[in-house]
Design a protein. Structure first.
Length: 286
């Protein structure tokens, strides 16, 4: 079984910077994330471990599987961003924004590594190292990981390029009958925590706002996470604003939770007040 993991958080990740091939270590949160994945995968005894040469990926692999021999493979390194490396996501030039808006139909700007090249080197790695029934850990980066997933899913039509893959997200794929199964998401960390603190931080609100305003902020925040998010979930969020309380609002929260289909609720109280006061709900899993 292949276990493909994106490295844990670095300071540049937290600052929303195009990190590329600059070599930054995990920050304390990134170390904690990697330990969490190590706990989740504690029942797996990896036969081999591969990592990008960048220290954030190496350290993630070391934390998850400290007992296993680690092999550095250049083919797992992150995308080359060229002259755009180090830019903040809030200050990207027009050509990069155009590329990011449609990875499938728009080519990478000059100086950036073309996406087909990433898939090619990912495929080279898979073919030379992973056609086996061994348990293999692959520690890599967001775009490089998407290249692996694209290679393993020939009919994806580029769908992975627009998918946000958070720090320490994990996908698995099994080698079976001379081929690989479609990758499955084992640990999903694509969305920030959907709670009062993250909403306040997102909109620079200094003080706790009233319930009606918080409802609006939560909806705006939710929509800002990913513009291409499931339309049904967006519709539910907008509908919540129309009900101040009562069974209709409770039903909408239940539907919202069920729509994410990630984990069971901790209790039967579905009120927004309780969700906020309990520190928030990561609607998309841990």
């Amino acid at each position: 079984m292949l276990y493909i993991v994106r490295h844990g958080q670095t300071d540049l990740n937290s600052r929303k910077v195009l990190q590329g091939r600059s070599d930054h270590p995990l920050n304390p949160k990134g170390e904690e994330q990697a330990r969490g994945i190590g706990d989740i995968l504690s029942d797996v005894r990896f036969d081999r471990v591969f990592s990008s040469p960048l220290k954030r990926a190496v350290r993630t692999a070391e934390i998850i599987a400290p007992y296993a021999p680690l092999t550095i493979d250049e083919r797992l390194i992150e995308m080359e961003y060229g002259p755009y490396e180090g830019l903040g996501l809030d200050s990207l030039p027009a050509e990069v924004l155009e590329f990011f808006s449609d990875f499938v139909n728009n080519s990478a700007p000059e100086g950036m590594e073309p996406l087909p090249d990433i898939v090619s080197r990912a495929g080279s790695f898979i073919e030379s190292e992973c056609r086996t029934d061994e348990d293999i850990l692959i520690s890599t980066h967001a775009i490089a990981m998407k290249g692996i997933l694209e290679y393993l899913t020939p009919d994806s039509n580029g769908s992975y390029w627009s998918k946000y893959i958070g720090n320490c997200s994990v996908y698995t794929a099994e080698y079976r009958d001379c081929g690989f199964t479609v990758p499955k998401e084992l640990v999903h960390r694509s969305y920030p925590q959907f709670n009062r603190e993250s909403v306040v931080d997102q909109f620079w609100v200094k003080d706790y706002v009233d319930e009606a305003s918080m409802s609006t902020l939560m909806t705006q925040f939710y929509n800002s996470i990913q513009k291409k998010i499931d339309k049904r979930i967006v519709t539910i969020c907008k509908s919540i604003e129309e009900f101040s309380d009562g069974p209709e609002r409770e039903a909408l929260y239940r539907e919202l939770w069920n729509a994410t289909d990630r984990f069971e609720p901790p209790n039967e109280d579905w009120s927004k007040h309780t969700i906020i006061d309990n520190g928030g709900i990561d609607f998309f899993g841990r």
